[in-house]
Design a protein around this ligand. Sequence first.
Ligand code: FE
Length: 199
Amino acid sequence: MSHDALMPSRRHILTSGPLAASGLLVAAQGISVSSAPAATPACDDGDEATLAETEGPYFKPRSPRRSDLRESGIEGRKVDLSGRVLTRSCRPLAGALVDLWHADSQGEYDNAGFRLRGHVFTDAEGRFLFRTILPGLYPGRTRHYHVKVKAPGKRLLTTQFYFPDEARNAADDLFRRELLLRVSPVAEALQASFDVVLA
Ligand code: FE
């Protein structure tokens, strides 16, 4: 399957479909959607590289290549997790691997199979998208996604994404404000985004 089959075009993202809200988020950051060229996407962390975090005990290599993790039987609040992979000068990194794994709505990881595990490659504008669910809480941690990001010529980044307004953020030693998702609710799914900046 080609990248194009997995990733909607920028025009599609900005004008229609479930990612329309992401386009609104881009607009809300002060970037004019109509005039934003590919080389100057939003880069709201300045030139800071995204923080690395521990992999944790539940990573499994060789996840399936897929953007939609909402298999039948997966229950929970729908989340569209999107973002870009960028250089420190805010250039999009195309063809970057983004590997996602997280707990189900009950806080359980699938360690026997690959439920709620998958990877995609960024499109020409560095974009990625997963259709998934809100991860559940489990003892000792606040709510989080795990990701690995590897772009050609760049070092592998392992990190985690967090949700704003979570009571347990303050009590989790791994939590970092810099890794907060930008989240906006829409009727169908929570829209969560994060732009990853690779050193
Ligand atoms: Fe975890």
